[in-house]
Unconditional design. Sequence first.
Length: 253
Amino acid sequence: MTEFVDTAAEAVASVSNGATVLLGGFGNAGQPMELIDALMESGATDLTVVNNNAGQADAGLALLIKERRVAKIICSFPRQSDSWHFDEAYRAGEIELELVPQGNLAERLRAGGAGIGGFFTPTGYGTELAAGKETREIEGRHYVLEAPIRGDFALIKAYAADPYGNLVYRKTARNFGPVMATAAAHTIVQVDEVLEEALDPEAIITPSIYTDTIVGIPTGSGTKQREEREALAAGRRKPCLATKTAAELAAEK
């Protein structure tokens, strides 16, 4: 059964030193900022983090790296104009980087969740990314064997959860959340809304079998949706898909 807790601190309390943590998000979209802040406060260190990026500016994952809580990061896009905390740690030799092409990252996570022992991909063949890995020629094309990625924990953000722990996401904030939820031994989720009614099975993106701990934390996107629904109820706006609740969308299925 999925456990519902009251605070982000309770949600991340089981994350231990040395854990491998899958962090959802594509940049700031879908990044579970409040869970990461709670992880910072918990004191957990020596972490291996899997994320699309390596932190931005002075928030979320970037602060974990700044405080040297991350020993290794597995990501596809480590450097950008505001990744100064990663840059500093990497140049000082204080963080290990495993660079993974974005498609490979998603597929390695999917393989981890599906129990697949590995897969061959042409991406990275003939480059340094294939160093030390098995290669094979299949029907005249060269491939590299990639291993699955699994985590001890996944920290992800969804839009809403129903009472059973089933999840739906908001637009592009969905990104890595669903595959990370399947690839972790323990999935921790922050949601904008905890619904009173069960979601229609046809609307569910992440089934409750993959969620372990859920905490309701209203954030900016959730507040905006509620404001839009209030405006709609007052007759000031025409309805659109984005302003409907997860329950309303499920009821229409």
